[in-house]
Design a binder for this molecule. Structure first.
Ligand code: SF4
Length: 389
């Protein structure tokens, strides 16, 4: 009898580190550069994809590619033919069991994408767009240093629907300077009325080294205080629920069957390759991070692109990740899955922590699963750190 070997599901993340202009809050690995450097980067990226076998030492015939996520930076600010080259290379290099069932996402920012670009992406097989909006209020967009207005977003969104995209995410940001509960709810209502399939709602984090840090660096100077920020979050969750979006992860909301499969694979600790400057990979229980130095990335031969980090996870590390990544999801963690993977029961490993957080009203048990309560989400970092050794 012929037995088909079961392949491991795989995701690919591609990092495009270019942006037209640096936003005031941004500490992502992104910058503006000229066409020559962009071309050099895309060539290095393609070499990296082709040269991955010797660098990671894996037989990737064991894998079945299921999701691709092109993020940044602003992936829509590069020439469409560069995007085409990257995707063609991936399709040539990897096994794909069911091409019709792949999720291929690209992040696009209004002001960098045209109807022609959206049509070209669709032709290349991209079937999910993630649009970086943040707010429908132009004064808030201006405060963030975004290059676009709400009108620009509406044009991109309409073009995307005209072109035929049926799976669109829109980013909304909370705790923006000048934002009030009313202006946030106006953003939430306006976006939800447009019916994207997925909404991500994140709070502004003021990171060191950004213009916002200079302006609002300390807690007392934060544009929106912590209590208000938490109220904004819970009100956003309530409001989105009314529109039919369910929260499947702390910051992510979707209509049924439109959760981001790629992002879920991170929280479920599935294997993925991250290609590009500063990109992270998780392959065979090793976490890798590429160099963040542009000239090192483009000048090295693919098999010698330096890793900034390479960490082989111990069993204990994997158990910790199981808990703090799994608890980010609304479905929480499964005691049965834990025991299947680690050969010990969840209670024997973490019974003390689980009891403490359950007594504090931060965790709740449903069947064999444990998940954060609403209060537990507010104290998420406290809970996650409780599972760290
Ligand atoms: S568009 Fe995104 S990645 Fe680019 S500068 Fe703004 S926040 Fe950073």
């Amino acid at each position: 009898m012929f037995v088909m070997e079961k392949k491991i599901p795989l995701g690919i993340y591609i990092h495009i580190p270019f942006c037209v202009h640096k936003c005031n809050y941004c500490d992502f690995l992104s910058f503006n550069t000229d066409e020559k450097e962009k071309k050099a980067y895309i060539s290095a990226l393609i070499d990296e994809i082709k040269g991955r076998r010797s660098r990671y030492g894996v037989a990737d015939v064991l894998y079945n590619l299921q999701t691709i996520y092109i993020g940044g930076g602003t992936p829509s600010c590069i020439d469409v033919h560069m995007t085409e080259r990257i995707l063609e290379c991936i399709f040539d290099e990897f096994d794909i069991a069911d091409p019709c069932n792949m999720e291929i996402t690209i992040e696009v920012n209004p002001g960098t994408v045209t109807n022609e670009k959206l049509s070209a992406y669709k032709e290349y097989g991209i079937n999910r767009l993630s649009i970086g909006l943040q707010s429908v209020n132009d004064n808030e967009l201006k405060a963030l240093g975004r290059i676009h207005s709400f009108r620009d977003f509406v044009n991109v969104y309409r073009d995307a629907r005209d072109v035929g995209y049926k799976n669109i995410n829109v980013d909304i940001m909370m705790a923006i300077p000048y934002q009030t509960m009313d202006s946030l709810m106006y953003s939430v209502d306006t976006i939800a009325d447009m019916s994207p399939e997925h909404i991500s709602a994140y709070s502004l984090i003021i990171e060191e080294g950004t213009p916002f840090y200079e302006k609002y660096g300390t807690d007392e100077r934060r544009p929106v205080d912590e209590d208000t920020e938490r109220m904004m979050y819970h009100e956003t969750v309530r409001r989105l629920k009314k529109y039919g979006y369910s929260r499947y992860e702390i910051s992510n909301f979707a209509i049924p069957d439109h959760e981001s499969r790629h992002n879920i694979s991170y929280w479920k600790r599935r294997d993925y390759f991250g290609f590009g400057l500063g990109a992270s990979s998780f392959i065979g229980n090793i976490r890798y991070k590429n160099t963040s130095i542009f000239k090192d990335y483009v000048n090295h031969i693919p098999s010698e692109i330096p890793f900034e980090e390479k960490i082989k996870l111990t069993k204990r590390d994997r158990m910790e990740e199981f808990m703090f990544l799994g608890l980010r999801m609304s479905e929480g963690v499964s005691a049965n899955d834990f025991e299947r993977e680690f050969g010990v029961s969840l209670i024997s490993q973490y019974g003390r922590e689980i009891k403490k957080f359950t007594d504090e009203g931060l965790l709740v048990k449903t069947g064999e699963r444990f998940m954060l309560t609403d209060r537990g989400i507010d104290y998420g970092n406290h809970v996650f750190s409780g599972f760290l050794g």
